[in-house]
Design a protein around this ligand. Structure first.
Ligand SMILES: Cc1cc2nc3c(=O)[nH]c(=O)nc-3n(C[C@H](O)[C@H](O)[C@H](O)COP(=O)(O)O)c2cc1C
Length: 485
């Protein structure tokens, strides 16, 4: 019998310390409760012993991870506290110089479950930077980021930036090792764990595009993966949504563009005051509905009709291979337009309240016009629906939340540079189709601009770069009856 394979070692870095985000402070209550607070906002972290409270005070300067890696009661308490802070996004991690306590690198988690781990590197290993990694100026700092990484790295030492630049080509650690400090080696191990660095096998050659990740990753252009992860929630810690960040600096643009100075041809005399056919009437009636009648939810029959009208595959066909030796490419026709007839968009339904259909997550199989149940936890369903309610500032949850997910590779297999933008354009045309189908049926709907790609990945167990959310649409029966013509 074969001996069980050893798990790869993922050591805690000895010189890494967890530090409370500088905007927050810890409030120690007399009853042992600890809360992290920022102005009026406060997060309770639970009850702790006096010794743990004393130790927790060091979190504002930095508490070495190794100091609570043991099995003592105190270490376990601190470990629990630090993990709670981490899940709330309130921690960063500093890698300091052993000589002068300077921050060499500060790690800012971007996903809720990031934890700094070192993936072991030996002197014979060859590493190279991921093609998705980038160094850029943020404020007065230099940051190293990648859409694949669960954290970004603030680089405080120009010598580290120089080492990173050298890693644009594959390098053997043994050769680097003679020149770099041990803390830099630890950093490289952290970067390897975060997929900012790649370890190359002999067969991986120069570590170019085809050597990094699966086929689905190979198809992503750099800017598209950055755009996807930085314009959605779940894999970044930046503010998302209506934050009005520069509203005090730049005035708002007017609702209607000021006219050009040229001569004007008035079109009003050609238009009738009332819509004279069903289509303009439908367009005028369409509006967003955010308040749903939960005593009178959408029925399964209505949902079936809605999906049939807006999203069902109407026919399928195939084309000859695009190049010699290639395979046939299959296509479908659906009720809305799609760039290159790719029809890469999939509908996932989070059902909260539908007469005849159990609460849960479903995939709409547009080819066979069927719903297929996907197991997702009650907590995930609740988080997904609550986020939609929040995004709409609605009094309740949508009856059905439709997540529009893209099979990215279906488009990027063909198109360079424009793949992701084509996908978003397709989302726009599908959303209008969903709005019009709902309006026509006397149902209500509302597009939602933000999506959490990390939550969806957890719910479906699909990797975020293979198939993921690019839009959402809330559907239900409006509390106020919709006009139906
Ligand atoms: C791409 C897109 C994203 C939207 N995101 C949101 C959203 O996150 N929350 C929301 O309440 N409404 C959202 N809406 C709805 C708009 O607010 C709405 O279409 C707009 O106010 C015009 O109102 P009407 O749809 O009733 O005509 C979105 C609409 C679109 C097209």
């Amino acid at each position: 019998m074969r001996a069980p394979r050893k798990k790869p070692t993922r050591k805690i870095a000895p010189d890494i310390a967890a530090r409370l985000s500088h905007r927050f402070s810890l409030q120690m209550q007399p009853d042992g409760n600890i809360a992290a607070s920022l102005g009026d906002y406060s997060v309770n972290l639970g009850q702790f012993s006096e010794a743990a409270m004393d130790r927790a005070r060091h979190l504002s300067a930095g508490l070495p991870l190794a100091s609570f890696a043991g099995k003592s009661i105190l270490a376990r308490e601190i470990d629990a506290l630090v993990h709670r802070l981490a899940r709330q996004g309130l921690l960063e991690y500093r890698l300091s110089s052993s000589r002068d306590e300077r921050d060499l690198v500060v790690i800012e988690p971007q996903v809720p479950d990031y934890w700094p781990r070192r993936a072991r590197l030996g002197s014979r290993d060859t590493v190279v930077l991921s093609r998705f990694a980038y160094l850029r100026r943020r404020g007065n700092e230099m940051v190293l980021e990648s859409p694949r990484a669960g954290a970004l790295f603030r680089i405080g030492d120009p010598a580290i930036a120089a080492t990173l630049a050298a890693l644009s080509q594959p390098r053997k650690i043994g050769k680097l090792n003679q020149k770099i400090a041990s803390s830099t080696l630890h950093l490289l191990e952290l970067l390897l764990d975060s997929q900012i660095l790649l370890k190359l096998d002999a067969k991986d050659g120069q570590g170019l595009r085809v050597n990094e990740g699966d086929g689905n990753l190979v198809l992503w252009d750099f800017h598209d993966l950055v755009f996807h992860t930085r314009s959605t929630e779940g894999r970044q810690a930046n503010p998302v949504g209506a934050a009005f960040t520069y509203a005090g600096v730049v005035p708002p643009s007017p609702a209607v563009r000021p006219p050009w100075a040229g001569s004007k041809i008035d079109l009003r005399k050609f238009s009738s005051p009332e819509p004279n056919s069903r289509f303009p009437k439908l367009l005028r009636e369409r509006h967003s509905t955010r308040d749903f009648d939960d005593k009178n939810p959408v029925t399964l029959g209505e949902l079936a009709q809605f999906l049939d009208t807006a999203a069902r595959v109407v026919s399928e066909w195939k084309s000859e291979p695009y190049f010699e030796g290639g395979s046939d490419v299959t296509y479908s026709t659906r009720p809305y337009p799609s760039a290159g007839s790719a029809y890469e968009l999939e509908l996932y339904l989070t059902v909260a309240n539908c007469d005849g259909l159990a609460r849960g997550l479903y995939h709409y199989d547009a080819g066979s016009h069927a719903l297929v149940a996907i197991s997702a936890s009650p907590q995930q369903l609740q988080a997904h629906l609550a986020a939609a309610q929040f995004a709409m500032d609605a009094p309740g949850q949508p009856q059905i939340l439709i997540t529009i997910a893209a099979r990215f590779g279906r488009v990027s297999w063909k198109y360079s540079s424009i793949a992701y933008s084509l996908i978003l354009k397709d989302v726009g045309s599908l959303i209008q189709t969903l709005y019009l189908a709902a309006t026509d049926m006397g149902l209500g709907g509302c597009a939602i601009g933000s999506t959490n790609i990390d939550l969806f990945a957890k719910m479906t167990e699909l990797e975020f770069h293979i198939e993921g959310p690019v839009g959402q649409f809330a559907l239900g029966r409006g509390r106020t009856p919709e006009v139906q013509g």
